[in-house]
Ligand binder design. Structure first.
Ligand code: TXA
Ligand code: MG
Length: 349
């Protein structure tokens, strides 16, 4: 069905290769889809004003049409065109965290594709902190709708190779700007009414936001399966590797016991752990996603680790849990979703 020729443009030194940015921007202006690096994960970008362009994103990802996209901008002037007002807390936070991994929900103005915002009267906007992303948006001189550049349901891409694997033949162009830094997506924050609420935990932590504006809540639906989350994307099982993924709240011994049982049944079993514990397990595939005492490194390595289990074609994956402090909230949110919203709590044996 898909037969596009996907070109990959490598950008090492932005200023020297500016021609390539102009070329990619002209594809965006022609309503084609271009994948590009941001500081969080790779995005699948298209002209947010064009229905035709935005539909191509949904088709390439296989994304449900009720899940709105984040609009990416490169300067404050673009923001004013897209929204009818800017809530006070958002003004303060933008000064501190933009460009950066913080997305705000705003009351929507006219001119954006209805498909991009899934027909809502609000719009999610962020200014990414990546020189390639900013140069591309500036050159296109358009608001760019960009979900993470993975197939819907798969872990988000943190390298151009991940994007190529999911999107080859489906989009016209991938800009390879190396590995992303933060590794999990931006925090989505709604300050349009009442106490500001985190709809998706991400790169900017609750603690960081509270230090600027005071009390912030996390959408209770994210910790409770019964209520519907306010961010449409959070209701889908996401970020999941192919094999069943089991999040184990228990000791190393407990986790090893679960692994042994499956291996005795003849299955190929993987363990997701950190550098501190990786030599403590015996399993078919053991992957460390970072250092437990530096949760930033776990966030940066998480999606790459989940994708490796697919490459290794394991039958089951058992994973350790993490503290929900700081960026741990985002890590646990993604891992819990990969595990189908369940955590296996096992007392010591
Ligand atoms: O870091 C990121 O945010 C990455 C990079 C590429 O910028 N983008 C990203 O986009 O993660 P995506 O489409 O994978 O996730 C967007 C999230 C979804 O959970 C979606 O439901 C939510 O933002 N969202 C978008 N518009 C919304 C709105 N008006 N109200 C509530 N949630 C919204
Ligand atoms: Mg996504």
């Amino acid at each position: 069905m898909y037969k596009l020729k996907t070109s990959v443009i490598k950008i090492d030194h932005l200023t020297k290769q500016h021609e390539e940015i102009i070329e990619a921007a002209s594809l965006l202006k022609a309503n084609e889809v271009v994948a590009f690096p941001t500081e969080t994960v790779y995005g699948l970008g298209a002209n947010a004003k064009s229905e035709e362009a935005v539909r191509k994103i949904f088709k390439a990802k296989g994304r449900p049409s009720d899940n709105p996209l984040i609009i990416h901008i490169a300067n404050q002037g673009q923001l004013e065109e897209l929204v009818t007002s800017i809530p006070e807390p958002a003004k303060k936070l933008m000064e501190v965290f933009w460009p950066g991994p913080l997305t705000f929900i705003f009351p929507k103005s006219n001119g954006l594709s209805e498909t991009a915002t899934a027909g809502l009267d609000t719009v999610a906007i962020r200014m990414p902190d990546h020189p390639v992303a900013l140069a591309l948006i500036e050159a296109a001189n358009l608001p760019i709708a960009a979900p993470s550049a993975n197939l819907s349901g798969k872990p988000s891409p943190t390298s151009a190779e991940h994007v190529y694997k999911d999107m080859e033949g489906r989009i016209r162009c991938i800009i390879d700007g190396g590995e992303t830094g933060v590794g999990v997506e931006s925090t989505v924050l709604d300050c349009t009414a009442g106490v500001p609420m985190i709809l998706r935990p991400g790169g900017i932590t609750k603690e960081q936001i509270e230090a600027v504006i005071g009390e912030v809540r996390i959408d209770p639906a994210l910790h409770n399966d019964e209520a519907a989350p306010k961010s449409p994307g959070m209701k889908y099982t996401h970020y999941a590797p192919n094999a069943p993924f089991v999040l184990v709240d228990g000791s190393t011994l407990v986790l090893q016991g679960l692994v042994d049982k499956k291996r005795k049944e003849g299955y190929k079993v993987g363990v997701l752990t950190t550098s501190e514990m990786k030599d403590a397990y015996s399993a078919d595939v053991i992957i460390s996603c970072g250092n437990r005492d530096d949760l930033g490194s776990v966030a940066a390595g998480l999606y790459e680790a989940l994708r490796k289990f697919d490459d290794e074609e394991v039958d089951f994956i058992y994973s350790e849990v993490f503290s929900r402090e700081g960026i741990g909230e985002a890590i646990m949110n993604r891992l819990t979703k990969a595990a189908g919203n369940t955590i296996l709590e096992v007392n010591d044996i």
